[in-house]
Design a protein around this ligand. Structure first.
Ligand code: ATP
Ligand code: MG
Length: 556
């Protein structure tokens, strides 16, 4: 990170703490995912912030699985989360689980009961809610609130032993029923859930609530800066209250604005529905805003970190444009991706005056932006494929590509002139005939002819067949969460287009899953994980330009 860059407000807090000798200048952050789904790009924001702070201030970051809800969690998610964090380029100091603290948390609860600050409740969820009052009227105590310490200790121990059914009893903190902050009005600390936990098995049938697990886990680990998103601001007084009353290490909570990106949803619950209901092929579908989806789409860790840096750390919620994410990957791939030719909508082109059976080896630079990228060999022959849209039978005035009598340059090869076409019974062009200018060869052109257009091509006899998947936004609404209707009604029906028969340069037949290329004039593409040398599959990561910006300009 450059020195001149101004500090974000959390860095400012950390620097002040270090300057004031708080915690002896020690910095320990944590990233606390709930293992109930795959990580999405919003989590990346939190990862970059937490791990980035530790890196910058000589600190460490714990990975803590917030696994206090037995029913929604799974080891599959634990593994994917670890994999995604590492892929983003970060390594945690300790791999920890809130469930490892269940015994300690239980003892903390006992301590609060002994201090007269917690009680076992008999009332149902509805009764509790009704007695809580409203933000402007105080709540009323339930009969259980006046239980003796002894009775509470006994009932809580019996809750743990499994003597009660789900929902029959809860443990509540004795807060302030008149507090303007509803979270302080005797919040729940424990609920009964006779459910199998992915790590503790059947050892427990009572589970701590988020508010009674998170801050205490921070404290047990001696986290110095516990960073979360803005919706936890009203929880902060409770976070501080538990720590104060338990007299344990004083971790502190700080809140920043979550990352929101338009034309997508960013909640594991909703992403899970998309997977379960078959709207996408899985958590790693390249249209998903998950880390695994972005990876499969061809995004790099650096481009995702770059987005997070550009967005910065804010105190107010806002929406980031999807085009900013696309900008980040485009910038990077422009510098790093080798250029190749691929014809997505092929039509045959025969060069009538080119010798039958002749094959020329042409040299092409891999990347004009990178002089160390080297070059490769292209095979040129009599029969090629070009894009159907690069030929017009009745060209309009400003059409600078191929047509009858029109000249165009074949990239890295020759100038050709359109002559005639052959069509099938439906009137579709099946073959284009053209002639070439032998003296116009790229690199040694003595034809003296200037053409305006250059098009890409592949040699029919040499090209490799490929499947190409083109993606678009997953939703038609800019904010599918903000609409009145269910977010699923805004799914873009045209978010995936599969091209079964495209032709690519033969050099691509040895490309490995994850390799990235610029297909000249067509965008950046990555080799899909299911691609093999027998069946090549490419995913379009992003177009060369922001095609939607063009749409908007057209409309304006
Ligand atoms: P979701 O609603 O998607 O399930 P969550 O907040 O419940 O998100 P957790 O697994 O609990 O997911 O989150 C782990 C960490 O990631 C938390 O500290 C949370 O604040 C942070 N986080 C989650 N979503 C975002 C986001 N969109 N922007 C920034 N941070 C986020
Ligand atoms: Mg959560």
């Amino acid at each position: 990170m450059s020195e001149e860059k101004s500090l974000n407000f959390i860095e400012q807090i950390v620097e002040d703490d270090i300057a004031n000798g708080v915690n002896g200048g020690r910095v320990l952050t944590r990233f606390p995912p709930e293992p109930n789904g795959y990580l999405h790009i919003g989590h990346a924001k939190s990862i970059v912030l937490n791990f980035g702070l530790a890196q910058k201030y000589n600190g460490k970051t714990n990975l803590r699985f917030d696994d206090t809800n037995p029913v929604t969690e799974d080891t599959e998610y634990v593994e994917s989360i670890k994999n995604d964090i590492r892929w983003l380029g970060f390594e945690w100091a300790n791999e920890l689980y809130a469930s490892d603290y269940f015994e300690e948390l239980y003892q903390f609860a006992v301590k609060l009961i002994e201090k007269g600050l917690a009680y076992v409740e008999d009332a149902t969820a509805e009764e509790i809610a009704a007695a809580k009052g409203t933000p402007t009227t105080p709540g009323t105590p339930t009969p259980a609130r006046s239980r003796s310490v002894e009775e509470n200790l006994d009932l809580f121990a019996r809750m743990r032993k499994g003597e009660f059914k789900d929902g029959e009893k809860t443990l509540r903190a004795k807060g302030d029923l008149a507090s303007p902050n509803m979270h302080m009005r005797d919040p729940l600390m424990y609920r009964i859930k006779h459910a199998h936990h992915h790590r503790t098995g059947d050892a427990w049938c009572i589970y701590p609530m988020y508010d009674f697990a998170h801050g205490q886990s921070d404290s047990i680990e001696k986290i110095t800066h516990s960073i979360c998103t803005l919706e936890f601001i009203p929880h902060r007084p409770l976070y501080d209250w538990f720590i104060k009353e338990l007299e344990i290490f004083p971790s502190h909570q700080y809140e920043f604005a979550r990352l929101n990106i338009n034309y997508t949803v960013m909640s594991k619950r909703k992403l899970k529905l998309l997977v379960e209901e078959g709207f996408v092929s899985g958590w790693d579908d390249p249209r998903m805003p998950t880390i695994s989806g972005l990876r499969r789409r061809g995004y790099t860790p650096a481009s995702i970190r770059e987005l997070c840096e550009r967005v910065g750390v804010q105190k107010r919620d806002h929406m980031i444009e999807l085009s900013l994410l696309e900008f980040c990957i485009r910038e990077e791939l422009n510098k790093t991706a080798n250029r190749v030719m691929a014809v997505l909508d092929p039509v045959k082109l025969v060069i009538t005056n080119y010798p039958e059976g002749q094959v020329e080896e042409l040299t092409a630079d891999n990347n004009p932006e990178d002089e160390n990228a080297g070059s490769r060999t292209l095979h040129f022959s009599k029969t090629l494929y070009i894009e159907r849209e690069d030929f017009m039978e009745n060209p309009t005035k400003k059409y600078f590509r191929l047509g009858p009598g029109l000249m165009v340059r074949l990239k890295n090869a020759y100038i050709i002139k359109g002559e005639s076409v052959e069509k099938d019974e439906n009137g579709n062009i099946t073959t284009i005939y053209a002639t070439y200018l032998p003296e116009s060869k790229s690199g040694g052109d003595s034809s003296g002819i200037n053409v305006k257009g250059t098009i890409h091509w592949v040699s029919a006899a040499h090209a490799a067949k490929a499947e190409i998947r083109l993606y678009d936004r997953l939703f038609t609404s800019e904010n599918p969460n903000g609409e009145e209707a269910d977010f699923r009604t805004f799914i873009n029906p045209n978010s995936l287009q599969v091209i079964n028969e495209a032709y690519v340069e033969p050099s691509l037949s040895v490309a490995k899953p994850g390799d990235r290329f610029q297909f000249l004039r067509k965008g950046y593409f990555a080799v899909d994980q299911d691609s093999t040398s027998e069946k090549l599959i490419f995913n379009r990561t992003v177009t060369l330009k922001d095609t939607w910006a063009k749409e908007v300009r057209k409309e304006a």
